[in-house]
Write a protein that binds this ligand. Structure first.
Ligand code: GLY
Length: 273
């Protein structure tokens, strides 16, 4: 038997002072939603936490995500299981109500790891994933236009069987070019998990996470025996020194407590174990 654990973050970024408490409370609600699902397994817990955050208008995922350079929302999400290295991602979504649900459907289908844009929407419809009018993702255009940074939401869970899972969802970077895909749906970049070593996910400038292969690197460090706190902090130091990029990371090792690190003014996070 393993000790269950869950860690959830609501994005690393230059969060306005007035919003910090509200974002922290949103992340704690997501932690509670995820923790209440832990008896159904690590995947259920991580997905429940992220799905909750896709409904929180102050977080950059789902409802309330940041806008691209055309003033529209394009969403990415990814999920991975550490037992068998199954992974699924969906990107450039405009009309999928819960991008994390589509990432799970892609993973469970198993033919591909990442679907994008119109093909992803078609797959969603064919697999009974809830669709939405793109306008529902714009809850406060003025606020969404002013959002800064490249925050993301994510969760890592470990269940009582020692299985690990990671889920991530994002609106990406404010003002991004239409069609841009970040790190969040890409295993090895924005998320990675292997039950033998641990699970991680990132938040911050996706281009930097992709260029560094940062999530995979973190799990390799766990594999080599580095402790989770050093892995999280080391990844953020690498991000800062090598590419001067903003970001954060959360980690759950195979055994032991969750950890978080970030180089931005704030990153709301919460955990349970
Ligand atoms: N980390 C979120 C993104 O860059 O898309």
């Amino acid at each position: 038997m393993a000790r269950p654990a869950l860690i959830v973050h609501g994005g690393a970024g230059p969060v306005p002072e007035a919003e910090r408490g509200l974002r922290q409370a949103a992340v704690e609600r997501a932690r509670d939603a995820g923790w209440s699902a832990i008896s159904r397994g690590a995947l259920a817990a991580a997905v429940a936490a992220v799905r909750h955050m896709e409904d929180e208008p102050l977080l950059n995922a789902g409802i309330g995500a940041c806008l691209n350079s055309d003033g529209e929302v394009e969403l990415d999400a990814g999920v991975m299981e550490g037992a068998n290295l199954r992974a699924g991602g969906a990107a450039c979504l405009r009309d999928v109500r819960h991008p994390i649900d589509l990432a799970v459907a892609v993973m469970e289908d198993g033919r591909h790891v990442l679907l994008a844009a119109a093909g992803a929407s078609r797959f969603a419809r064919e697999h009974g994933v809830q669709m939405a009018d793109p306008s529902i993702f714009i809850t406060d255009r003025k606020r969404q236009e002013l959002m800064q940074g490249a925050d993301t939401v994510g969760a890592v869970a470990r269940d009582g069987e020692g299985r690990l899972a990671v889920a991530v969802s994002t609106g990406g970077v404010k003002g991004k070019l239409p069609g841009r895909i970040g790190d969040s749906p890409i295993p090895g970049a924005g998320l990675y998990v292997d039950d033998r070593f641990g699970g991680v996910c990132g938040t911050g400038l996706g281009e930097a996470f992709i260029r560094l292969g940062l999530a995979r690197l973190m799990v390799v460090e766990l594999q080599h025996g580095m402790d989770a706190a050093s892995v999280a902090q080391g990844a953020i130091d690498h991000l800062t020194k090598t590419l001067k990029a903003p970001g954060g990371a959360i980690v759950i090792p195979r055994e032991g407590s969750p950890c978080a690190a970030f180089n931005t003014p704030a990153m709301p996070w919460a955990m349970a174990e």
